[in-house]
Design a protein around this ligand. Structure first.
Ligand SMILES: O=C1O[C@H](COP(=O)(O)O)[C@@H](O)[C@H](O)[C@H]1O
Length: 290
């Protein structure tokens, strides 16, 4: 459970004693969103980031969430991706596959084996809710293309899924409305591959764009633009550790006219909900008020 829940404008900031508690509550929160979305529309569209947020989602693969989350209805995307081969250590796809997606498959596999044994003893259980992630629901970038081509191609794929309404369309912008966008936070205040002072922060027309000069290696990346992030139904920003404290403070608090243009501060969903998940260290500079 959160140590503190702060309300900042229409956003919520949840602060946890440690990353383990954050991780448990994050799994609980995501399970709730997945449940609502699947009940309403039959699918859950999620865009993942790379890095620490994936590790912090690990509890989704553990009891009880491995039994309650209907992974077969998840459609998975990446908010940003490094333009490297999918087998490369820097690939966000590879990181998510190794630390999250492959674990879901193996949890479900173990459970189906268990169910076969139970069935022989004539115990009837509901197998359907334990189906693993469907490979064709996992939309990673085409890693054989240049950064520009990969961004265009990824946007095309998303446009097709919006046309068929697999991904919702926003009512208030010309953008897709993902059920959930998960963001990490860089110590410099970057989210996705949107870095401070980069001209792509101004991009208004494209859904997916690219950079070839990322200040954090590797240099070539594709990324959702701010209008797409801000059109999501739910956005979670997840950060742990003292090195993220200044960025969290600058992004969350009202710090007046001298406030730098920070990508994380520009995450302001138009109609959706923004929740920050921070551990005490990352929240150590966030202003408390009663
Ligand atoms: O380069 C990136 O960094 C951010 C932050 O990563 P973290 O490990 O410090 O949480 C990540 O959200 C983004 O997807 C990734 O490409």
């Amino acid at each position: 459970m959160a140590l503190e829940v702060l309300n900042k404008d229409k956003n919520e900031v949840r602060v946890y004693e440690n990353s383990d508690e954050l991780s448990t509550d994050l799994a609980d929160y995501i399970e709730g969103l997945s449940d609502v979305s699947i009940k309403e529309r039959g699918v859950f569209t999620v865009a993942l980031s790379g890095g620490s947020v994936i590790r912090l989602m690990r509890k989704l693969c553990e009891v009880p969430y491995n039994k309650t989350v209907d992974w077969s209805k998840w459609y998975i995307f990446w908010v940003d991706e490094r333009v490297v081969a999918k087998s490369h250590v820097d690939s966000n796809y590879k990181f998510a596959k190794d630390h999250l997606l492959s674990k879901v498959v193996s949890c479900s596999h173990k459970l189906s084996v268990l169910l076969v044994v139970e069935c022989k003893n004539e115990i009837v259980l509901n197998v359907e809710q334990l189906l693993p992630i469907v490979p064709s629901h996992v939309h990673s970038i085409n890693d054989s293309l240049t950064a520009e081509e990969a961004a265009n191609d990824y946007e095309f794929v998303i446009r097709q899924l919006v046309k068929t309404r697999m991904v919702n369309a926003s009512d208030i912008s010309d953008c897709p409305k993902f059920d959930l966008i998960l963001l990490g936070l860089g110590p410099d205040g970057h989210v996705a591959s949107l870095f401070p002072n980069h001209p792509i922060l101004e991009e208004k027309n494209e859904w997916v764009t690219y950079i070839t000069n990322s200040p954090k290696p590797p240099p070539e990346r594709i990324t959702f633009t701010l209008p797409v992030i801000n059109s999501a139904e739910n956005v979670l920003v997840v950060a742990t550790g003292g090195e993220k404290a200044e960025a969290a403070h600058m992004a969350i608090d009202d710090i007046g006219p001298k406030c730098p243009v920070l990508p994380a501060r520009m995450v302001q969903p138009c109609a959706g909900k923004l929740v920050w998940f921070l551990d005490v260290e990352a929240a150590s500079k966030v202003v408390r008020f009663s």
